[in-house]
Design a protein around this ligand. Structure first.
Ligand code: SF4
Ligand code: SF4
Length: 288
């Protein structure tokens, strides 16, 4: 065996790993700076992380695998081998979730609840705009924030699954939060006061760590919603949820009582303070 040749090959591999790591670091730093500027443009706080494309693909329902595959098009195979998904969220401004389910003189105050509904629309628009801009920077493909106006158009919630790629799957794996008992993404700093979006890309980026937290013995959201409380007995509580929020008739397809319950749950104390330096393998929080 030619030991000189073999150590030369190892050196080349180490050097190429080093170069791709340093490229990933440079790209991640640039991505974070642009995300910071995007969040400032929209007047919002944000969170951003990165996960391997294959991890997300393998974690999706079969019907959503096909949606992701079709979104990736000709890039699907290279993405499966080396690609990633940038997962990011915008945070509702303080006070907005307080408006959910607000009552006046014992009756539901829809005017107040609609403040939350309109912010929901605004966050989705901001996510879509940011997704498009970041995708241009990193040569990626945006995944739409949400399929809006769908609740009243489908006859069952299951019809919705083929129309979207679950943002919760990539957000959970990228470390934006953990999957709560209300099925939403729970961020340790902002609870589920967030909305999610993502971008598919072949640009090398640093993968962020997933969260090791969970809901523990908290049941606040279940106490706030009968469908959640009895979800084990219901055929699909998400269908009851769809019918409920469609009938609520707010300015967008929302309810949000399980979000409000979580924000004020004893499990979570919202900590808006943030350090200036955030490691590249941790999710990044924009500065307010
Ligand atoms: S959005 Fe409303 S109906 Fe749906 S699970 Fe949450 S609290 Fe229940
Ligand atoms: S309210 Fe409690 S149980 Fe429900 S999602 Fe939030 S932390 Fe989890």
């Amino acid at each position: 065996m030619n030991t000189q040749k073999s150590s030369y090959k190892v050196s080349i591999i180490i050097m190429s790993d080093y170069l791709s790591m340093s490229e990933a670091k440079k790209n991640t730093t640039m991505l974070r700076s642009q995300f910071q500027r995007e969040a400032e443009t929209h007047g919002l706080r944000g969170i951003i992380g990165v996960v391997a494309f294959s991890d997300v693909y393998n974690g999706l329902m079969d019907v959503q695998k096909l949606t992701l595959q079709s979104l990736a098009g000709d890039h699907f195979q290279p993405l499966l081998e080396n690609g990633c998904i940038v997962s990011f969220a915008y945070v509702y401004p303080d006070g907005v979730v307080d408006k959910i389910g607000h009552k006046k003189d014992g009756l539901i105050d829809k005017e107040s609840w609609n403040v939350y509904a309109r912010w929901y629309t605004y966050l989705n628009e901001a996510l879509d705009a940011t997704s498009k801009n970041l995708a241009e920077t990193i040569d990626g493909i945006p995944i739409t924030a949400t399929a809006s106006g769908i609740a009243s158009l489908v006859s069952h919630v299951s019809e919705y699954f083929s129309m979207v790629v679950s943002h919760r799957v990539h957000a959970e794996k990228a470390g934006i939060g953990w999957r709560g008992k209300n099925s939403l993404m729970i961020n340790p700093r902002y609870s589920c006061m967030i909305r999610l979006s993502g971008i598919i890309t072949e640009t090398p980026l640093i993968i962020t760590r997933s969260s090791s937290e969970d809901c523990g013995d908290c049941t606040s959201c279940e106490e706030a919603c009968t469908f959640l409380q009895y979800r084990q007995k219901l055929e699909d509580y998400r269908e009851q949820c769809r019918i409920y929020l469609d009938n609520l008739g707010l300015d967008d397809e929302v309810c949000g009582k399980c979000i409000k319950a979580c924000v004020y749950s004893p499990r979570l104390a919202i900590k808006p303070e943030m350090s200036k330096v955030q490691p590249l393998d941790d999710v990044y929080y924009t500065h307010p």
